[in-house]
Design a protein around this ligand. Structure first.
Ligand code: HEM
Length: 365
């Protein structure tokens, strides 16, 4: 085979392996955090568990970390790709079957990660321009990115090992470049993490959501108008299906023992806000219909459409003393946007599963 060496004018001396390794380590760590926390979110949304209901702030922490690490990866990926892009012009492009496989791995890793970060960012902005199912696509892209990363690290293992520790020649500008990347990543984190970390709220300049803005001091993702539940019929009754089914009016629910809990709403888009909720314990309702202690509960909302119109709750959550069918928030009757007449609030659950406008509870065997 004839080898042609083409000299392209990549002038910076920072296109070199030690810089690639340092940035690779940061990027790899952020991807690992993002992947694990993403899997937790996927487990909770797809199967409603099987995670425990404690700590109550668990989902706030994991999903907060998911969005924080995802946003941090944007400047890190930009810096890493800038460092290594001259290698993408290496000639000849394919040298052997093994080399072709390595290039394929790189192509999959970069394409999957770019798409993953772009779609995730649009999701945090609540902008859904795609005609494909976001959750499934985001989930499978994550596996492709992680698979591609493992292949990439394996293929580069000798170079990585050689440059893992400091010790080679000190390239002028490397320290300044890495510091600039670290500072920009830190700035992105500090100006967005306040949407879930209360003590960073004052720095929350770039985050798409302010967790303290909204009716009754809480943000709303899906309004009653969007869900078609602005007007609740006066004939509204909560149906509780179980061995001894019940139909309860709002007055019936209000006459039951009321409990007050402090729990956060933690959204998949990365914002969280704590509130004080008052209502009936779900387990009291389940006991009244004679539900077995290990029964899963199906919760149906009055909302017309949407993948979370009907959800299931495992006994770990349904029997938790903090899980309420809430009628009030922060001392006031729920406004329609927060789920009037009744909504679910449970510890360590994604916001999309804190069903609003609850209409029916069904005990499943
Ligand atoms: C997490 C996402 C990552 C992406 C998207 C990524 C992307 C890339 C790309 C596109 C290349 C050029 C490939 C080539 O043509 O040879 C490259 C090279 C390289 N990467 Fe990564 N990488 C990632 C993570 C890592 C990690 C975790 C490490 C190790 C800690 C690492 C170490 C390296 C090294 C040593 C090179 C070769 C640099 C050179 O020879 O100049 N990368 N990376």
């Amino acid at each position: 085979m004839v080898r042609v060496n083409i000299e392209l004018p990549f002038r910076s001396r920072l296109h070199e392996p030690r810089t690639a390794v340092v940035l690779g380590r940061w990027l790899g760590a952020a991807l690992a955090v993002c992947f694990v926390t993403g899997l937790i979110s996927h487990l909770l949304q797809e199967w409603g568990g099987p995670l425990p209901s404690r700590p109550v702030n668990g989902y706030r922490i994991t999903q907060g970390l998911h969005v924080i690490s995802g946003l941090a990866m944007i400047p890190l990926l930009g810096a890493k790709l800038w460092t290594v892009y001259p290698r993408l012009f290496a000639w000849p492009p394919l040298r052997s079957v093994l080399h072709a496989l390595e290039r394929l791995g790189i192509a999959l890793l970069v394409a999957a990660l770019l798409l993953e970060l772009f779609s995730g960012l649009l999701n945090t902005l609540q902008w859904y321009p795609w005609p494909f199912p976001f959750r499934q696509t985001h989930y499978w892209l994550a596996w492709i990115a992680v698979g591609g990363l493992l292949l990439h690290v394996a293929a580069k293992a000798p170079v990585i090992a050689e440059h893992w520790r400091r010790g080679g020649p000190d390239i002028a500008g490397r320290r300044a470049f890495l510091t600039a990347v670290a500072v920009s990543t830190g700035l992105v984190t500090l100006t967005t993490a306040g949407q879930t970390v209360p003590w960073l709220r004052r720095l929350d300049l770039l985050a798409p959501r302010r967790p303290d803005l909204g009716p009754q001091g809480l943000p709303v993702n899906r309004t009653a108008a969007e869900a078609g539940t602005l007007t609740i019929p006066t004939t509204w009754r909560l149906t509780v299906n179980g061995p001894n089914p019940l139909r309860l009016t709002l007055a019936d629910l209000e006459s039951m023992p009321q409990h007050t809990v402090d729990l956060p709403i933690s959204c998949v888009e990365g914002w969280s806000a704590s509130a004080t909720w008052t209502g009936v314990r779900l387990r009291d309702l389940l006991d009244r219909v004679g539900a077995p202690r290990d029964a899963t509960v199906r919760i149906t909302s009055l909302q017309r459409r949407g993948p979370f119109r009907e959800t299931e709750m495992a006994a770990t959550y349904a029997r938790d003393p903090l899980t309420l069918l809430a009628l009030r928030v922060n001392g006031e009757v729920l406004v329609p946007d927060h789920g009037y007449p009744a909504r679910i609030i449970a510890p360590n659950r994604p916001g999309v599963l804190q069903t609003k406008w609850v209409n029916r509870l069904e005990v499943l065997s």
